[in-house]
Design a protein around this ligand. Structure first.
Ligand code: CO8
Length: 258
């Protein structure tokens, strides 16, 4: 499948989606978001894929929603066609692990897109911000909801009210970013992490993702209940039998994703 605004490639069991509108620092327009949704859902249903990476260029993961496109919109345009929820919500429906590999700018919708992924790995030149307030709008793709859950209310207010940029070190210290790598090594390192994940038993990885994401959607007791049921369900898989037998027999496990 060929796209206009993204590039896709597969290395082993890892799929890599590269946002590709370099002339506008990967600003997120409708076409890009539709293509991203389509590529994600294709890889999600591809049984040969175990982990997906979303990345951008060295200069920009994504500098936000396309301001030139938005500048023309009025309330009627955005409300009537439910601007953004249509082609953004599909991203959260992906059931396999998705890693954001962020180099350069992840601003506004770019930061929100990274937060929709399951974890964020950053290059040392990464910069994150929710600068929407400077344009007279508020974050519209989860920034006011996911940021306080990721980095605390105080820090989320600081970022969304001032629009200031934070670097990779501050983002990692705040908990937004899992790990930082030198920018020249980002993709090598993230591909290695993705391979590690893709080599894990897939059903179990999907259950880990479902359980952790549920922690953001529900009460502690309901989340604990789901975790226990998914934990019990692991014992119905061949990979639980294989993983434990391999440990007892002191050999490497051969998972079959079943
Ligand atoms: N939208 C459209 N074009 C952009 C965007 C953008 N977000 N960001 C950069 N560009 C374009 C520039 O206009 C410029 O184009 P041209 O060469 O034709 O003039 C080109 O990309 C290169 O940019 P700069 O020359 O500005 O590059 P600099 O290195 O000088 O600066 C910055 C880089 C600091 C990233 C600067 O470009 C900038 O501040 N960009 C805007 C950042 C921003 O405000 N982002 C938030 C946008 S609002 C948003 O995301 C709301 C999300 C709502 C939900 C999601 C809906 C899809």
């Amino acid at each position: 499948m060929s796209y206009n605004t993204i590039l896709t490639e597969v290395e082993g069991k890892v799929a890599i989606i590269t946002l590709n509108r370099p002339q506008v620092l990967n600003a997120l327009n409708d076409e890009l978001m539709n293509e991203l949704s389509s590529a994600l859902s294709g890889f999600d249903t591809d049984e040969n894929i175990g982990c997906i990476i979303i990345t951008g260029s060295e200069k920009a993961f994504a500098a936000g929603a396309d301001i030139a496109a938005m500048a023309k919109y009025g309330f009627d345009d955005v409300y009537r066609r439910d601007f953004i929820s249509r082609n953004w919500e599909g991203i959260r429906k992906v059931r396999k692990p998705v890693i954001a590999a962020v180099s350069g700018y992840a601003l506004g919708g770019g930061c929100e897109l990274a937060m929709m992924c399951d974890t964020i790995m950053a290059a040392d030149n990464a910069k994150f911000a929710q600068p929407e307030i400077k344009l007279g709008i508020i974050p519209g793709a989860g920034g006011t909801q996911r940021l306080p859950r990721a980095i605390s209310k105080a820090k989320a207010m600081d970022l969304a009210l001032t629009g200031r940029m934070i670097d990779a070190v501050e983002a990692e210290r705040a908990g937004l970013v899992a790990r930082i790598f030198p920018h020249a090594e980002l993709m090598t390192e993230v591909k290695a992490i993705a391979k590690t994940i893709a080599d894990m038993p897939l059903l179990t990885a999907m259950m880990v993702k479902e359980a952790i994401n549920t922690a953001y959607e529900t009460t502690l007791s309901e989340g604990m209940h789901l975790e226990r049921r998914l934990f019990h369900a692991c014992f119905a898989t061949n990979d639980q039998k294989e993983g434990m037998a391999a440990f007892v027999e002191k050999r490497s496990a051969k998972f079959t994703n079943s």
